[in-house]
Design a protein around this ligand. Structure first.
Ligand code: ADP
Length: 482
């Protein structure tokens, strides 16, 4: 078994204790670069999941009534512990998820920021006070924690997806059961161990790892003591959870799929555009719901931009995320590689040309060649489906109206990118795009201080910013006659 860079618990964390699953089963966690074994983690049963909720329910009053400053201190101390172990956590993430080490380091800083940001928000409990318009009474509105939450996270950002939910939930005074993705649970387990050392009371955070997500989530969603589910993952699973949330009228936060268009207008600065495009497409090997999925490029700049992008794609280095100089790590599994190949072949069958890549890489691990496609017709499947891999398809347009219509021609609406030197155009197009986030002349826009989230079938709710904590709060209004 590969030696891990830091001590990672491999058991379930329930009521402040690390314990094996009640059925005794274990799940292999492997390195996607070569399928070598990294750890064997506990495979929770439905009974374990219920025990985790029992613990969250038992801890909820104490945590809700704790001084906001004390909750803030736990988050702040965890932020510091994460930063102190930044190199080890980055390596752990690269081992379990595959992204290049430099990107894992970036994720540690980004992910830790949610702990610091929400440690600050935790102490700023708002509310409002007013006078009844008819007079003679005080109106007071105060936030309260919504109650025990189920947090379900994906594999593509093992640290940030956990902290982006744990930070606001704990800051608001909620207790939680967190279920990390089956293939990348180690980073969450390591961070929760840091929370424990930072003084987190027993039962406030409970971790259940499982080979079957629904086996543990279903009984919890059906339990009336659970009050909220926060999920990041595919739109398909989001719909299932929304259905399961209906009987108990659960609060929901859903960060679902994206189909981000990357619009480039004739007046865009080429250097800025190439940098932004490469980041938006190839960061995390394209495995991000915010990743640019389709490039819509105005005719006057298309030829020169395509040539520049070809040079940049040719310079990418495929390999193990831990190797020096590697910029494209493995994909999560063979299905993801197969989907990249399938969507490329579909585009080619409809007239697209392959300028680089186009095929899976032979050998161990799950690698895809970085791929650049031109002349992609808007009806190609890749323009409608999330590719989640290193494939960059270019479609040419003539007018701004045409570009906006193509950009909005999707049921999803998470992120959009646009490159232009005309800031009036940038504002106008931003207004016209049906999305939750827009990167203008930049390829990465997530930030702990900003509300992350989408419209249409990309989800419900926002994570981060001052808005993020509200997802875990409910309001109570009281009236006092004077
Ligand atoms: P992705 O694989 O793109 O991250 P998924 O939606 O498949 O997206 O998975 C995201 C998270 O949701 C993971 O933790 C996964 O285990 C979990 N999950 C998958 N299917 C279900 C389900 N039916 N019910 C609850 N959670 C699920």
């Amino acid at each position: 078994m590969t030696q891990l860079p830091l001590d990672v618990p491999t058991d379930l964390f329930i009521g402040g204790e690390w314990r094996a699953a009640s059925g005794g089963d274990r799940i292999d966690v492997t390195d996607p670069a070569d399928d070598s074994l990294l750890a064997r983690i506990a495979d929770a049963t439905a009974e374990d999941a219920t025990a985790a909720l029992d613990a969250a329910v038992a801890a909820k009053q104490e945590w809700a009534e704790m001084a906001p400053r004390t909750r803030s201190d736990v988050l702040r101390s965890t932020f510091e512990a994460v930063m102190d172990s930044a190199d080890e956590l980055a390596l752990l993430m690269t081992l379990e998820m595959g992204k290049p080490l430099a990107e894992s380091k970036g994720e540690v800083t980004y992910g830790a920021e949610f702990l610091r940001w929400f440690s600050e928000e935790a102490a700023r409990v708002g509310g409002r006070h007013g006078v009844r318009p008819e007079g003679g009474a005080d109106m007071v509105v105060r936030p309260y924690p919504v109650g025990p939450c189920l947090l379900i996270t994906p594999w593509n950002f093992p640290l940030a997806m956990a902290t982006r939910k744990l930070g606001p939930a704990l800051a608001a005074g909620c207790t939680v059961v967190i279920k990390p993705a089956t293939s990348t649970p180690l980073t969450t387990l390591a961070v929760v161990a840091m929370m424990e050392r930072a003084g987190l009371p027993a039962g406030v955070v409970n971790v259940v790892t499982s080979s079957s997500a629904s086996k543990v989530s279903k009984p919890l969603m059906a339990d009336p003591r659970l009050r909220k589910v926060s999920f990041t993952g595919s739109t398909e699973v989001g719909r299932i959870l929304l259905e399961q949330a209906a009987p108990n009228v659960l609060r929901t936060s859903m960060e679902l799929g994206g189909n981000a268009p990357f619009l480039v207008f004739d007046d865009a600065d080429l250097d800025t555009t190439v940098t932004a495009a490469m980041q938006a497409k190839f960061r995390n090997v394209g495995q991000a719901c915010t990743a640019a999925n389709r490039f819509l490029v105005q005719r006057g700049i298309a030829e020169e931009l395509t040539a520049r992008l070809k040079d940049a794609v040719d310079d990418l280095v495929v390999g193990r995320g831990t190797d020096e100089g590697v910029t494209i790590g493995p994909l999560v599994d063979d299905d993801t590689v197969a989907k990249c190949v399938e969507l490329t072949e579909d585009a080619v069958s409809r007239g697209a040309k392959v300028l680089c890549g186009g095929e899976a890489v032979d050998g161990p691990g799950h690698f895809m060649q970085p791929t650049l496609l031109t002349d992609v017709p808007p009806d190609a499947r890749i323009c409608a489906e999330e590719v989640f891999g290193p494939v960059l398809p270019i479609t040419v347009f003539d007018t701004e109206e045409e570009a906006v219509a193509m950009a909005n021609d999707t049921e999803l609406g998470l992120t959009s990118y646009l490159c232009t030197s005309d800031m009036v155009r940038a504002r106008r197009v931003t207004d016209a795009l049906e999305v939750g986030m827009v990167g203008i002349n930049i390829g990465v826009l997530s930030n702990a201080a900003a509300p992350f989230g989408g419209v249409k079938q990309s989800g419900l709710g926002r994570e981060g910013g001052s808005e993020g904590i509200a997802e875990y709060q409910t309001l109570r209004y009281s009236l006092t006659p004077l």
